[in-house]
Design a protein around this ligand. Structure first.
Ligand SMILES: Nc1ncnc2c1ncn2[C@@H]1O[C@H](COP(=O)(O)OP(=O)(O)OP(=O)(O)O)[C@@H](O)[C@H]1O
Length: 408
């Protein structure tokens, strides 16, 4: 009997992961001679297809143990549910595209164990952006570069050295907030259909503070954020004060939104497909992305300074969508920051990034924290090496919903 070889393959951002996946699923590399219907692929694209089926055709093929559909699950819950669905099917080869990304510590351990069990009877190919996501029981390592699979050698990080040159460009106008507090929540609780998610959250964010919000998958981080951004009607009737406005006191959406710069990793793929890199940053000065107003000279100058800082001035006319993912991430963070909002929210900014780009991103966020008056709320289930939040707020799940704790 021939021994089954499992593979960890590191694919740096921009190396052409889609081409590799096509070659694998068509049996052109590593999997020669295996029937195509015996090769299954788990990826975010597969996940998006299942969600579309739910939305358009009311077809609910993947449910979790609570019978919940993918659409209303948290991002980590979705990943787990889809992987469970795949792992339950018999197949000769399972290709996993970044399976551990955005899972919490416990979720990662459970999943690694589950994949190891499955690997007794099927071949596993684990494609990752970061070395830390290599499956520990797999001994064969490769890296995909210039369209070719090569032997893998561990890369040495440039930790401690700043990768960005220059300073954070200044704001054009100051956005004033009265007092020292930006956000105050007092005993905030949220439930969905009898299920308690958040329990008695009391939390204050003050001007200029650098917070990390963490907690395991499904703990309620996104739900808590939606209390701040005003995107959840469950915020009404709660004791919440946002930028000096008591929630429900007649404040407009704009009264709140003008104070927030927002970035979430979904934005990297979502929209603005035909816009240039320069436009993407300039549009941060305007309230609406679609309505292009004429930028002032000063806006252009500041945008140029941002492009210099993130090392992309030579690429300003390029379509945003053609940039590698790590650069798109920096552009979107710059876009969220151009106005120096009182609060910058970064929701899972490291997801899908490789080691080098994750370090660049952390570098930029640390710099913003050091050199501006903006408060930062960095949301992630996982600690990011090199990131230096001064304060950490942690959600801890419990029977009655997650409780919140200042742990640093
Ligand atoms: N509209 C909804 N209906 C029912 N349940 C919901 C809804 N929205 C969220 N939930 C549930 O609330 C819980 C908290 O979800 P949330 O997305 O806030 O978690 P999270 O901490 O951001 O998780 P992750 O790290 O996995 O993204 C999850 O169990 C989720 O399934």
């Amino acid at each position: 009997m021939i021994e089954t070889k499992h593979w960890n393959i590191k694919v740096p951002n921009g190396a052409g992961k889609e081409n590799l996946i096509t070659d694998l699923t068509q049996g052109k590399v590593l999997l020669q001679g295996i029937p195509k219907d015996q090769i299954k692929l788990y990826s975010v694209i597969t996940l998006a297809k299942f969600i579309r089926e739910e939305e358009i055709h009311d077809k609910f093929e993947v449910l979790n143990e609570r019978g919940q559909a993918l659409k209303s699950m948290s991002s980590g819950e979705r990943k787990r549910a889809l992987l469970d669905y795949f792992l339950a099917q018999e197949t000769q080869v399972l290709i996993l595209d970044n399976p551990l990304d955005s899972l919490d510590v416990e979720g990662r351990e459970m999943l690694i164990q589950r994949i190891e069990e499955v690997a007794q009877s099927c071949q596993v190919i684990n494609i990752v952006s970061r070395e830390r996501d290599f499956l520990p029981f797999v001994s064969e390592h490769l890296v995909y570069q210039e369209g070719v699979l090569k032997p893998f050698e561990s890369s040495h990080s440039a930790a401690g050295r700043s990768l960005l040159q220059g300073s954070i460009p200044e704001a054009i106008e100051t956005i004033e907030v009265k007092g020292e507090e930006l956000i105050r929540m007092n005993q905030v609780s949220v439930s969905y259909l009898e299920r308690a998610i958040l329990k008695d959250i009391s939390w204050t964010i003050r001007k200029g503070e650098f917070w990390q919000l963490k907690g395991p998958n499904g703990a309620g981080k996104t739900t808590l954020l939606s209390m701040i951004t005003g995107d959840n009607h469950k915020a009404y009737g709660q004791d919440i004060t946002l930028f000096g406005f008591k929630k429900g006191s007649g404040e407009s959406v704009w009264d709140i939104k003008k104070n927030i710069g927002y970035y979430t990793s979904n934005m990297t793929y979502d929209f603005w497909r035909n816009q240039s890199v320069e436009y993407m940053i300039i549009s941060g000065y305007f309230d609406s992305v679609g309505l292009y107003q004429k930028p002032s000279e000063l806006m252009r100058k500041r945008t140029e300074a941002w492009l210099d800082l993130i090392g992309l001035s030579g690429q300003k006319d390029k379509p945003f969508i053609d940039l590698p993912i790590g650069h798109r991430r920096l552009v979107l963070i710059a876009r969220a920051m151009v106005k120096h909002p009182p609060l910058l929210i970064l929701d899972e900014p490291a997801s899908d990034l490789d080691d080098h780009n994750a370090q660049l991103m952390s570098d930029l966020v640390n710099k913003i924290a050091r050199e501006s008056e903006t408060a930062i709320l960095y949301v992630s289930h996982q600690d990011e090496e090199g990131l230096r939040p001064e304060k950490v707020y942690e959600l801890k799940p419990g029977q009655m919903g997650s409780t919140g704790h200042v742990v640093k």
